[in-house]
Design a protein. Structure first.
Lengths: 339, 615, 615, 339
C-alpha cells in the first residue's frame, strides 16, 4: 500500500451507479461511512479491492469507484482471501450480510478469521435475508416470525462477536447504521489494523425486518442501552454518563452499576481491547439488552502475524535458500540421466 | 558379476512387485525402474495402492503393488500381464497371481508360506500353488526372510529392522535376472540413509545376498536381456502425472511472467499436485490449503482477479463442489485452470482407482449455459505439456479451463526427456495497462473474443465485476434480453474460437481405413499399443486420440469421414461418444466401454477391434 | 350498472398492469384474475417483478408488472402482447409500451406525466407518446391520482394512504371495460382489512369511482365481452407453479403414508416452495431451513435414510452445490426429490428471469456415472401432477429424481380444477419389514431393480450404507472390478426401467406430418398455442412435448419417424436437442433457441415454423 | 427411545467387519469405548443411527452393528440433523475427524451446535488428515510440518472447545484415546444429554502425526498435565492431588496453585458445568500445557430446548389448531369457485 500524494475525498469513492437500496435502508448510511473512512487511510484508490457475496448489502461494490467484485453467495471471505494472498499490497474489504457471512458463508468466514488474513470484513447484520424477501437468518432472534418461519423460529441465533472469538478472532467491533461517526471511526481503525477485522454493523431493513434493533437504537433510549467502548477508557454509559460496568468476580459476570454514592468512575472496569485472553471480550460482546447495555466500538484488537504476511515471508526465506531458481533448474533437479 | 551368455533377449518385460503395505514395494519398484531407466530402457510404471486405510497385515486388502514395464522400444503402458511376479507373502500371491502371464515366473518368499499367512490371505488349503492352479507357472520359492536374517545376523540389528530390508533381497534377485548394475541403488541407499551407516550397510548386504542367491540357483531363474531403447538423445528423468502437472503449471507461470497461486483441498488422487506446489516456495508458488473445495476454487478466483495465474486441483466429488464457482469464473471471464484427476465414481466410489467418468461433469456440471475449455492429458509425462497449454489458453483467452487427468496417469510414471524452457512459447495474457484510454472491462479482441484483464492496483482502471449478467461492453449489470442472448452466444463462441489455436487432430496410422479407434485422455498407452499391434498384422485400423475436447480440433470431420467404422473406447459408459454424437451427429459411433476401476488391457482391445473388423 | 350493448365480443384478451413496485400491481392483477376466474373465464397470468432490489421510485428499473390473459377458450400462456396496458406512471409506459399490440389501448395516469416523472423514467421530451411513437394507439390519459384524491378527500386519510389506493381506481376502470362485477373484489377487501374499516371503505369508494369514470367517458374506452370458457365442471382455484409443486409433494406423502421432510435454502425463484411447506405444519410437514444448499440436500438425505419422503428445493446455482450429495443419494439408492426451479444463468445470471438451461446440469452435474431420473413440469398447475409423480418414482424405484420447473411457471398462475385425492394412486415404497428373513440391503426386485428400504428403528435390519462402491447384494464396501461394472450398469438400468412406468409420449395433432415441434418443460403453453394456430391454417405440424426426460418415454422413435422434419425449441442453446442426439442419434434435429430471460412469443414461433415448412 | 428388556453388551455392538485402522491407531480404543458406553444407555440396538463423514475415523460405522451411514466428507452433521429431525426417537451419533468436522464440515458443525439438535458428536482430533496420508488440518499446531506444509504451517489452529462455545454450544467435553474409562463415562453422559453434545477425543495417528498429544498423554506426566473436571467438584489435579486451579480475578485468568501452606482445597474453584454464562467454560476449554493442565471431562453441560423437540412440538400445536387435516382440505382451502 503506497501512500498517495493527492488527498482523496469521499466523493472520489462514489461510483456512477445509481444506489438501488430501498429508501430508508440502513445500507445507505454504511456506504456513506465507508466512503468517508477510506480517504482517511491514505491509500491510493486503485489499491482498494472490495469483495462481496450476494444479498442486498452485497450490492455494495457497485456503488464504490474502487476495484470491486460482487461474487456469489457466501464465498466472499474465500475470494477476498485469494485476492489478499495474491497481492498483499492491496487493502481488501469484504462486504457481507448476516446470511452471506454466517449461513452459507459460515465456514469461509470462520476460516478467514482463524487464519488472520488481513481482510476488513464489514458484516451488515439486519437479522434477515433481505434480497430473497424476508426469510430468517442465523442471527434472527429466537421465535422470529418470517416467511419461512410463520410459526416462529426454534433456533438460537449466533452472536457474531462470540462466533468471531470462537474462531480465534483478533479484531471485533460493533457499530450501528444510525451512528455514522462511530461507523466511520471504526472503519478507519479496521482499515489500519493488520489481520482479519470483523465489524458488525447493526442494520435496519425497513422492508422485511423493520425496527429489529429499535430497542437499542431509538434516539430516546440509545444512550442508556448502548455503551461505546474505547481502549483504556472506563466502561461508562448513560445519557448522563451515570452508569458503568463492573465485574462480579464471584459469578464471573458483568454488572451494571449506577455511579453515585456507592460507585464512582474509578470502580469501573477499564476497557482493554488488547488483552489476548478472550474471556472479557466475550462477555462484552455478548451483553444484551435489557440485562446489559449493548457494547459498541472496538471490543477486541490483538496484534498477531497475518497469514498473507507469513506466506510472503516464507516464500522469501525459501527462495533465498534454494538452489532452484527457475523452471529449468527444477526440471533438472533430483535424479536424471543422459541418453 | 558374470556376464550371462544364455540370457533371453526380450523386447520388453513386465515385472510386478507385490507385498504387504509395509513391505516397501513402492520403493523396490521405483529403484528397479530408475536403474532400468539409467541404462537406457524405456518404461512405464503403475503403483497400485490398496484401499485407503491400511488393512491388517497379511490380508489381501493390504496388498500394495508396483508394476513396471521395461523395454527396448517405446513403452506406452505398464503392461497388461506380468512376466515376473515377486510376491512377498501369500496375500500378495492371492491378489496378484491372476495378473501373471500364463507360464510366467512367480518368485515367492517361501518363509511366508505358513499356516497363519495362508489363512490370513484367505487360502483354504496349505498349497496355494495348487489352490490357485498355478502349476503351469515357473514358481520359485526362495527363503527370502530367512536368508535376509542370515545375511544380517552379525550386524546387531533388531529383528524388525532386519525384516524390513527383505525387499532388498528380492530386488537383488531381480537385478540378477535382468543383469542390472546395483550401483545406482547403492548410491541411492547411501544418500537416503546418510545418517544411518548401519542401515546402508544392511541394505547393501541384503541386496547383494539376493543377487548372489539368484545367481547360485541360476538353473531355476530365467534371465533376460533387454537392450537400451532407441530413444531420442537428451537428459531424462522419471516423472509421474501429478508432478508433471504441477511443473507444467509452474512453467506456464514463468513463461507468463506471473505468480502462481493454487487454492486447493486434499483429495485422492489429486493431493500430490498441491503437495508438490507447496514444496515449490523456492519458485515463489503460493499454495492455499483451503477449508474445502469451494474455498479452493474461490481463493483461486480471487487470486485470478488480483492478477495471478490461478489454479485449483481436485478429483471428481471435489469438482462437483466447484461447479457454482466455476460459473462465476465463466461470467467474470477470468483465467483459471481447474485440474481434475478423475477417479472411480459415483460419490466416494472407488477413490484410488482410475476412471474417465467426469467428462460430462466437466462439460456441463454448472447452472446455465456455462462453457469452459475442457482438455485431457494422456500420459504421465504429457501432463506437463497439457498443464502448460491449459494455463496458456486460460490466460490468453481469459477463460476457465478444465484439465482432466486420471488416477492412472497421475500416479503412473515414465522416463521423460527434460525439455528446455526456451523451447516453450511465451504466454501473453491481455493485461490492461494503466492509462489505457476509454478502457472498457468487457471490450474484446476480435480474434479470440477475450476481454482484457485489469488488475487491482492498476491506476485508472478501477471497475466492478460479478456474477450477474453483464453488459457486453461496460460489464455493468444488465437485464436487457438482447444483451443476455448476445453474451450467452459470445461466451460459447469465445470457447469455440480456441479451436483455432490448438493443434489439429492427428491420426496414428493411415488416414483412411476400415476402423478408426477413438480415445481421449489417460487410455492412450493402451489404445496406441493395441492399434499398433493390429496394424502390424496388416489391418486397416488407425487411432485418433483426443486431448482437446471442448472445443474439438477443427479437422474432426476430415478425419472421421475416411473410415468405415468408428469405435469410441472409454473407461465410462460412453460419455465422449455421446459428446461426439452431439457435436458431429453425422457419424455412427460404436462404443467400447469398461468401468471396472482398471485400465483397458491391450489384449481385450485387440480382440474387440478384430471382432469389429470381421463383423 | 348498465348492460353494454356495444361491447366487442372477444375470444381472449391480454391485459397488463404496470406500475411502480409500491403501486400494488401484483394485487391489482390478482384481483382482476380472480374475478375473471369466478365468472368462468380461463386464464393464465405472469407476474414480472423488477430486479431483486427495489429501485428508486419512478424509474424503469423499479417497474413491476402483472400480465393476465383471459378467454373463453383454453388459455395456455399469459399472451405475447397486451390488448390493454394500464400504466401507472411514465416509467411503466417506458418499460412496457413495446409489449402492447399495435393499435392497442393504453391507459395512463395523466397526473404522473410531469417533468420529474418523465425525467426519472428516462424520457427526453415532455411528450412520451410521441417520443415512443405511440400515436397509432388508443391512449387514454386519465387523471387517476387526482380523481382518487378527490374521491377520498372527505375521509380523513393521510395523503400516502390515499395515493396507495389509486390502483383500485385503475382496477375499477378495467372492470367497467370488461363488464365485470365488483363484488368479489369488495368481499376480498372486506376480508383482508377486517380490522381497518376505513381502508375498506376507501378502497371500495375508489374502485367505484374508477368504474364510474370509465363509464362516463364511454366514448373513449373500448368495452369487451368475454364469455365464460367451456371448461370442465368442477371446483376451481388459482394456483401458481411453486404452490402446486409444494402441494404435489404433500399429496405424495399422504398417499405414501410417510412424513414429508424438506431441507432447503432460500433462493429465487424457488423460495416459495420452502415457504409454503413451512406454513403447512398442520399437515405435519417438517421443513429445515438449512445453512446452505449442501446442508439442504444432506439433511434430506438423512431424513430419507430415516424413512421420510425427503425433498430439497432450489434453483440453478443451488443445484450446482448439491451435485456431490446427489452422488451419495445415487450410490446409497435412497429416495429423494430434488426440485430445481430454473432461472437465467450462468452464475447469478438473471435470477428473476426464466430459462431452461439447467437440463444438462440435471442430467450430468455429478462425478462418475451418476444416473438420476429427470422430469419437467410444463404449466403452473401441472407442477402438482409432476411433483406427485416425482415423489412416486423416487419412493417406488428408490432413486433420486430431479424435477425441473422454471421461473415462468413457478410464478405464473392459472385456474386449476381441484382434484380429489381419491383419484390419485397409492404410493408403495418398498419398505423392508422387521423380521424379514435373509434380508440384504442391496437385493433388488426384478422388475424395477429397486432395493428395499430398511429404516432405522426396524428391529433386526441394522445395516450400514455409504458412498463407497457397494457389493451388489450385501451393500458392503467392494473394490471388486467386476462388481463395480455391474453396479454401474445396474444403477443406469434402474433409471432406464422407470420408462416402463411412465406414460407414452403424446402427439398433439396428427401422428404424421411435415414438422414435429419438440419442446419440454415450461414452454408448453407457447408451443401448444403456436402449433395449434398453424394447424388451424391447415399445416401438417404436430407437437410432442416432453415431461419425462431421463428416461425418455418408450415410444420416442415411433413418434419421431413419422415426420419429415423435427425442430427442438428451447430457452437455452440446445440442451435437449443434444440429449436427443445422444439418445436417438438416427434423426436430424433442427433447433430453435431463445436465451433472453423471456419466454417465447407465439408470433415468433409461428413465423419460424412456417419458414421451416417452406424450406 | 424405548428401553429394551434384554440387556445389551459391548459385543452386541460389534459388526462382522474386520477393523481396518492401522495397528496402534487411537481409533481402536475409541471404538471400544463406544461399544462399552452404548449398552449403558438402555436403548434398543435398532434405535441407534451412527452417521460419519469421510476420514479414517469416519470408517467407524462399519464396525458397529447398529444402523450406520458412512456419508461424504464434511456433511455428517447435516445428514445426522436430517436423521434426527425426521425421527426424534433415534439416538443419533455423529463420528467425525478434525478435518471432516472443522475443515470442509465446519459450517454444518457450527450450525448443528447452534440449533441444539440432539446429536452426539464424537470428534476424533488427531490434528492431521489421516486418510489422505498426512496433510495439516485446522487443528494442526502452528508451524506443523506436513505434506502440504513442508516449511511449516502459518495458520493458527481452532480450539474445538472454543469454537463450540462460539457457536452457542451447550455441551462440550474432552477425553483422550488412552483413557478408555473416561471416554466411556463421557460418552454415556453425552448419550443421555438432550441437545447437541460435542466430545473432543484427542487421538493419536501413529502414522502421520505420532505423539502429537504426547506431552500431555504420556503415562509419566499425564496426571500433572491433565485435569479431569467433574461437576461440583473442586478443580484439583496432579499425581499427588496436590495442585489446583483458582481464578485470578484481576486479570480474569485461571491460575495453577500448589496445595499446601498457602492454598487448601477449599480455595479452589469448584467446577460448575451448568453455568449458562460461557466465560469460565471458555477459559477451561482453552487451557493449554505448559501454562495450564489440559482440561478433560465434561466442561460444559447446559439444558436447553432441542431443535428437533421444538419442531415436533410446533407441528403438534399447529396441527391441533388448524382446520386443514388432509390434502383434500388443503386443496379446497382459500378462494375457490365452482364451474
Ligand atoms: C447459492 C445461492 N444460494 C442462495 C441464494 C439466494 N440468496 C441470495 S442473497 C440471500 C440471503 C441474503 O441475506 P443476507 O446475506 O443477510 O443479506 P441481506 O440481503 O440481508 O443484506 C440468499 C439466500 C443465492 N443467490 N445463491
Ligand atoms: C469432497 C471431498 N473432498 C476431499 C476428500 C478427501 N478427504 C478424505 S478424508 C479427508 C480428511 C481426513 O481428515 P480427518 O477428518 O481429520 O479424518 P482422519 O482421517 O484424520 O480420521 C480428506 C481431505 C473427500 N473424500 N471428499
Ligand atoms: S430489502 Fe431491506 S436490506 Fe434490502 S435494500 Fe430493502 S431495506 Fe435494505
Ligand atoms: S493413518 Fe493414522 S488415523 Fe488413519 S488409521 Fe492409521 S493411525 Fe489411524
Ligand atoms: Mg441480512
Ligand atoms: Mg484427523
Amino acid at each position: 500500500m503506497i501512500e498517495t500524494q493527492n488527498i482523496l475525498t469521499p466523493k472520489d469513492f462514489k461510483s456512477d451507479q445509481e444506489v438501488r437500496w430501498c429508501p430508508g435502508c440502513g445500507d445507505h448510511a454504511i456506504l456513506n461511512a465507508i466512503q468517508r473512512a477510506l480517504p482517511e487511510l491514505g491509500i491510493a484508490k486503485e489499491d482498494f479491492a472490495i469483495i462481496s457475496g450476494i444479498g442486498c448489502s452485497s450490492r455494495f461494490p457497485y456503488y464504490m469507484s474502487t476495484y470491486g467484485f460482487h461474487s456469489i453467495h457466501g464465498r466472499a471471505s474465500a475470494i477476498a482471501s485469494g485476492v489478499k494472498v495474491a497481492n498483499p499490497e492491496l487493502s481488501v474489504w469484504q462486504i457481507t450480510g448476516d446470511g452471506d457471512a454466517m449461513a452459507i458463508g459460515g465456514n469461509h468466514f470462520i476460516h478467514a478469521i482463524r487464519r488472520n488474513i488481513d481482510l476488513n470484513i464489514i458484516l451488515f447484520n439486519n437479522e434477515i435475508y433481505g434480497l430473497t424477501k424476508g426469510q430468517y437468518s442465523p442471527t434472527s432472534k429466537f421465535g422470529s416470525v418470517t416467511k419461512t418461519s410463520p410459526y416462529g423460529t426454534v433456533e438460537h441465533p449466533f452472536h457474531p462477536g462470540e462466533l468471531v472469538i470462537g474462531a480465534q478472532g483478533k479484531f471485533f467491533a460493533r457499530s450501528i447504521d444510525n451512528n455514522l461517526k462511530l461507523c466511520q471511526e471504526i472503519f478507519v481503525e479496521a482499515g489500519k489494523h493488520h489481520g482479519a477485522t470483523v465489524v458488525e454493523v447493526l442494520q435496519n431493513c425497513v422492508i422485511y425486518n423493520d425496527k429489529t434493533h429499535a430497542a437499542i437504537s431509538d434516539r430516546e433510549f440509545k444512550d442508556d442501552r448502548q455503551i461505546v467502548l474505547r481502549h483504556s477508557e472506563p466502561m461508562i454509559f448513560g445519557k448522563n454518563k451515570d452508569k458503568g460496568l463492573i465485574l462480579d468476580a464471584e459469578h464471573l459476570k458483568l454488572k451494571v452499576v449506577e455511579l453515585g454514592d456507592k460507585y464512582s468512575e474509578k470502580d469501573l472496569l477499564v476497557h482493554n481491547a488488547k488483552e489476548v485472553n478472550p474471556g472479557m471480550h466475550l462477555m462484552l460482546a455478548n451483553m444484551q439488552y435489557p440485562e446489559h447495555p449493548v457494547a459498541f466500538g472496538i471490543i477486541r484488537s490483538i496484534d498477531a502475524p497475518t497469514y498473507d504476511g507469513s506466506v510472503a515471508k516464507q516464500v522469501e526465506e525459501v527462495k533465498s535458500k534454494s538452489a532452484i531458481k527457475s523452471v529449468d533448474d527444477l526440471l533438472n533437479s533430483g535424479t536424471t540421466w543422459k541418453v | 558379476m558374470s556376464k550371462k551368455a544364455d540370457a533371453i533377449e526380450r523386447e520388453e518385460v513386465v515385472i510386478r512387485f507385490s507385498g504387504d503395505s509395509g513391505d516397501g514395494m513402492q520403493l523396490t519398484g521405483t529403484l528397479f525402474s530408475d536403474t532400468s531407466a539409467f541404462i537406457g530402457n524405456d518404461l512405464s510404471t503403475f503403483p497400485d495402492y490398496p484401499s485407503e486405510i491400511r488393512a491388517p497385515q497379511g490380508t489381501v486388502g493390504g496388498v500394495s503393488g508396483f508394476q513396471v514395464h521395461v523395454g527396448q522400444t517405446a513403452i506406452k503402458t505398464p503392461g497388461d500381464y506380468a512376466d515376473i511376479l515377486i510376491a512377498m507373502n501369500p496375500a500378495a500371491l492371492k491378489a496378484t497371481a491372476k495378473w501373471v502371464k500364463e507360464g510366467g515366473t512367480i518368485i515367492i518368499d517361501e518363509d511366508s508360506i505358513n499356516e497363519r499367512g495362508l489363512q490370513k490371505a484367505g487360502y483354504k488349503t496349505d498349497d496355494p500353488i495348487k489352490e490357485d492352479k498355478l502349476d503351469g507357472y515357473n514358481i520359485i520359492q526362495a527363503p527370502i526372510s530367512s536368508l535376509t536374517k542370515e545375511a544380517l545376523k552379525d550386524m546387531g540389528l533388531d529383528s524388525k529392522s532386519i525384516l524390513r530390508s527383505k525387499n532388498m533381497f528380492a530386488l537383488g534377485m531381480v537385478y540378477w535376472i535382468f543383469d542390472r548394475p546395483m550401483k545406482y541403488t547403492e548410491s541411492f541407499l547411501e544418500n537416503k540413509f546418510k545418517k544411518k551407516p548401519l542401515v546402508i550397510e544392511a541394505n547393501k548386504t541384503v541386496l547383494r545376498a539376493g543377487y548372489n542367491y539368484a545367481e547360485t540357483m541360476e538353473h531355476m531363474t530365467p534371465s533376460f536381456k533387454i537392450s537400451p531403447a532407441k530413444i531420442k538423445k537428451g537428459t531424462y528423468r522419471n516423472i509421474n502425472g501429478n508432478i508433471a502437472t504441477a511443473w507444467g503449471l509452474i512453467a506456464a507461470a514463468e513463461k507468463a511472467g506471473l505468480e502462481l497461486f493454487c487454492g486447493s483441498y486434499p483429495i485422492t488422487p489429486a493431493t500430490e499436485i498441491l503437495q508438490e506446489l507447496s514444496a515449490r516456495k523456492d519458485l515463489g508458488i503460493k499454495t492455499f490449503q483451503a477449508e474445502d473445495e469451494i474455498a479452493g476454487i474461490c481463493t483461486s478466483i480471487g487470486a485470478s482477479f488480483a492478477g495471478d495465474l490461478a489454479v485449483t486441483s481436485t478429483s471428481g466429488p471435489g469438482l462437483a463442489l466447484k461447479g457454482e464457482a466455476m460459473g462465476l469464473a465463466v461470467m467474470t471471464e477470468l483465467p483459471l485452470v481447474i485440474v481434475n484427476v478423475q477417479r472411480g465414481g459415483p460419490s466416494t466410489g472407488l477413490p484410488t482407482k482410475p476412471e474417465q467418468s467426469d467428462l460430462m461433469q466437466a462439460l456441463y456440471g454448472r447452472s446455465g449455459e456455462s462453457p469452459v475449455v475442457v482438455m485431457a492429458a494422456s500420459t504421465p509425462s504429457d501432463c506437463f505439456q497439457y498443464a502448460f497449454e491449459a494455463a496458456k489458453i486460460a490466460l490468453e483467452h481469459m477463460t476457465p479451463v478444465i484439465l482432466l487427468t486420471d488416477g492412472f496417469i497421475a500416479n503412473g510414471s515414465e522416463p521423460w526427456r527434460i525439455p528446455k524452457m526456451s523451447e516453450y512459447p511465451d504466454i501473453k495474457p491481455p493485461i490492461a495497462k494503466a492509462g489505457t484510454k476509454d478502457w472498457q472491462p468487457y471490450a474484446r479482441d476480435v480474434e479470440k473474443l477475450a476481454r482484457t484483464w485489469a488488475v487491482p492496483g492498476t491506476k485508472g482502471l478501477e471497475h466492478r465485476i460479478g456474477g450477474l449478467e453483464k453488459d457486453e461492453l461496460t460489464g455493468s449489470v444488465s437485464h436487457d434480453p438482447i444483451n443476455h442472448q448476445k453474451m450467452v452466444n459470445i461466451r460459447e463462441e469465445k470457447v469455440q474460437r480456441v479451436s483455432k489455436f490448438i493443434p489439429k487432430l492427428k491420426v496414428e496410422g493411415d488416414e483412411k481405413g476400415d476402423l478408426l479407434v477413438i480415445g481421449w485422455g489417460g487410455t492412450y498407452g493402451y489404445l496406441a499399443t493395441a492399434v499398433k499391434q493390429i496394424q502390424d498384422k496388416g489391418k486397416k485400423v488407425s487411432l485418433a486420440h483426443f486431448n482437446y475436447i471442448k472445443p474439438l480440433p477443427v479437422n474432426v470431420k476430415e478425419v472421421f469421414e475416411k473410415f468405415e467404422k468408428i469405435v469410441v473406447c472409454e473407461n465410462n459408459l460412453g460419455q465422449f461418444a455421446n459428446y461426439l454424437r452431439m457435436t458431429n451427429p453425422e457419424y455412427k459411433y460404436l462404443q467400447y466401454n469398461k468401468v471396472q476401476g482398471l485400465p483397458f488391457t491391450i489384449i481385450e482391445l485387440e480382440e474387440h477391434f478384430e471382432k469389429l473388423l470381421e463383423e
